[in-house]
Design a protein around this ligand. Structure first.
Ligand code: PGA
Length: 253
């Protein structure tokens, strides 16, 4: 079975003591993750040591980074590279979140470079895509997302693409409380899988985990995750509440 993933995206939230408390509250619950299930925590980089310590000895729980710079090292003040994250045991890096695309002007080409850097470091990119509201209203979301994927990922080999996790996050659903219906999620997830199937073949496409993101919460996770092409979620707001994120982990297939 494909990996089923509940990924928390804390964004730029919480003090260090609040972060510690959130882990303690969350880990009170025994989630009994199966071999194909993972809980991933994309915390602010400065909290990676704390997160690593809290998750020590827990199988299938991982600490992730929210971003990286595509160069390995050098005079890039304030940036952190993929090999640096790998050196502290971070295996997953979120790439191309819509907030980075919007507020930091990250282009498809730049995200292709970042993806290459993450793979070269032996790590796993969690590559985000998704359309804004006007595109959804125009009904052209499939071709919009397809272009994002083609521009940033289609240079990868078949072996490389199986290492990438996709997060489909419609921008109109992020932090808005407005979720795509499970029907809308399944429809575009199946389309995304078909885009990879056309390029790499069905067997490769079937190995790629595609997460849904955008106002996932305890009350809708099970229904969304139950869709055949939805392999879990990337969760912002609800990942900051222990009981909510616990229930979301438990909603994995
Ligand atoms: P949200 O954020 O769950 O708060 O909508 C999701 C995300 O941006 O990854």
């Amino acid at each position: 079975m494909r990996k089923q993933i509940a990924a928390a995206n804390w964004k730029m939230n919480l003090s260090v003591s609040e972060a510690a408390t959130l882990f303690d509250q969350l880990l009170v619950t025994e989630h009994n993750l199966s071999a194909h299930q993972e809980a991933i925590f994309a915390v602010p980089a400065i909290y990676i040591p704390l997160a690593t310590q809290k998750l020590t000895g827990k199988n299938n729980y991982y600490v992730a980074a929210q971003n990286c710079y595509p160069k390995s090292n050098g005079a890039y003040t304030g940036e952190i590279s993929a090999p640096m994250f790998a050196s502290v045991g971070v295996k997953h890096i979120v790439i191309g979140h819509s907030e980075r695309r919007e507020y930091f002007g990250e282009s498809d080409g730049f995200l292709a470079e970042k993806t290459d850097a993450v793979l070269a470091a032996g790590s796993i990119p969690i590559f985000c895509c998704g359309e804004p509201l006007d595109i959804r209203e125009a009904g052209t979301q499939n071709s919009f997302v397809e272009t994002q994927l083609k521009n940033s990922l289609f240079h990868l080999s078949a072996e490389e693409i199986t290492k990438v996790v996709i997060a489909y996050e419609p921008i109109w659903a992020i932090g808005t409380g407005k979720t795509a219906s499970s029907f809308q999620a399944q429809e575009i997830h199946a389309y995304i899988r078909s885009v990879f199937a056309d390029k790499y073949g069905q067997a490769i496409a079937d190995q790629i985990s595609i997460l849904y993101g955008g106002s996932v919460k305890a009350s809708n996770a099970k229904e969304i995750f139950s869709q055949p092409d939805v392999d879990g979620g990337l969760v912002g707001g609800a990942s900051l509440i222990a009981t909510e994120f616990s229930a979301i982990i438990n909603a994995l297939k």
